[in-house]
Write a protein that binds this ligand. Structure first.
Ligand code: ZN
Length: 401
């Protein structure tokens, strides 16, 4: 084990510090990097030379200003590699291939016949060559694959310890895929992966403390504390949807009764609406949305109740973690103000101090991009660095190829 102050450790720390600065601020000259980070110009020159040689960083064009020639800026070479993101859902997989800044280059949706881990791994592995081809970047190298799924993920983010939705227990899914594709594969809880993407390239770049709330098939959250995703002792943090809403209430997928998500996940709201209006199962989310837009009183009552219920629980999260902003994603975002108005009001009425703004994320493929962000995070070794300029312990990357 290397000690702090060891030459290679401090080199790794400097490297992460510089890469994160370039990620947050965009192109910077070597002199600017030295000033902002407090590193010596020699140390900056040394690290940048390494990064250029490895292809992670490129030199931009020097801009001639009034005072003469300006120094050459350097920037992260996001085009240097490709990342594939797979978001697993029951019955289907959302796939995206991106550059290393998680900009989508191509995407598609695959269907899953069953949830058998081996079959799912085969489906993903078979899609990889097609996705790489569809990216249209023949010179870019596939840096890795990120897989996100709902569940408790642990052991260096390689094993699905438990997923109620997939009925998986202790499935070493990342290595199952890696054995077939021969590139590094990382596995993460879907909301955590989504939060990592928001932290790397979304609003999280500007907030050291933020939360992500997902309202879709389930309800979950992820919290970034001091620039780092909080995963908990077992990788089970953020299971917000399983907080108690009603004692001995509706049965939840986890086997317990009365969980928040048994009432206000997107399918739960849909169920409430069907039951209240005697509609059968042929009526889906888009029918419910249509009714909401037409001003249907029953739908709006259901959305008000859901907003109030989720907001009440969210106030507890805010009182404990004090986030600056909350990014909201998931299928229920399409309900818009009819849901988020009551949610914000209910939360604000119960927060002890500041009630953070909710930032709805309307982008379609940001969940699969979240999975691709797992690759970027590891590839550039961003993981153990906080959201601004500081850093914590050196990373121990897990490569499973
Ligand atoms: Zn539950």
């Amino acid at each position: 084990m290397k000690l702090k102050g060891d030459q290679s450790t401090s080199r790794a720390l400097n490297r992460r510090l510089i890469l994160n600065l370039l990620r947050q601020e965009g192109p910077k000259s070597r002199a600017e990097i030295a000033t902002i980070t407090g590193l010596s110009p020699a140390a900056v020159t040394f690290v940048i030379a390494d990064l250029i040689e490895e292809g992670h960083v490129t030199e931009g064009k020097a801009v001639a200003g009034l005072s003469g020639r300006r120094p050459i800026p350097v920037e992260i070479n996001y085009a240097n590699g490709l990342a594939i993101g797979f978001k697993l859902m029951v019955g289907s997989v959302e796939c995206v291939v991106t550059d290393l800044a998680t900009n989508p280059l191509a995407s598609r949706r695959l269907s899953l016949d069953d949830n058998e881990p081996e079959n799912v791994a085969t489906t993903l592995a078979e899609a990889v060559p097609q996705l790489v081809k569809a990216a249209g970047r023949p010179h870019a190298r596939l840096a890795g694959i990120g897989v996100s799924m709902p569940g408790v993920i642990d052991n260096g983010q390689a094993v699905c310890v438990r997923s109620f939705r997939f009925k998986w227990n202790n499935v070493p899914f990342a290595s199952m895929v890696a054995q077939k594709v021969k590139v590094p594969v990382w596995l993460e809880d879907d909301t955590n992966a989504y939060a990592i993407a928001q932290q790397l390239f979304g609003p999280g770049r500007h907030h050291r403390n933020m939360a992500v709330l997902a309202i879709g098939v389930g309800i979950s959250c992820a919290v970034i504390v001091d620039g780092k995703l909080y995963r908990g002792a077992h990788g089970a943090a953020g299971k917000f949807g399983h907080t108690l809403h009603e004692e001995n209430g509706r049965l939840c997928e986890c086997g317990k009764r009365g969980c928040l998500m048994a009432y206000y996940s997107e399918p739960a709201m849909l169920r409430t609406w069907r039951e209240a209006t005697d509609r059968d199962r042929s009526h889906n989310l888009s029918d419910m949305l249509e009714s909401a837009e037409a001003g249907d009183a029953e739908v709006n009552r259901i959305l008000r109740d859901a907003g109030a219920g989720i907001g009440k629980a969210l106030a507890n999260l805010v009182n404990i973690t004090d986030p600056e902003v909350i990014v909201v994603g998931g299928e229920a975002v399409s309900f818009g103000d009819a849901l988020f108005g009551p949610l914000e009001a209910s939360m604000a009425a119960r927060t002890f101090f500041a009630s953070p703004p909710l930032l709805p994320d309307w982008e379609d493929n940001s969940w699969a991009r979240g999975a691709a962000a797992l690759v970027t995070q590891k590839f550039f070794d961003f993981e153990t660095v906080d959201g601004t300029t500081g850093m914590s312990e050196p990373a121990t990357p897990t490569y499973l190829a």
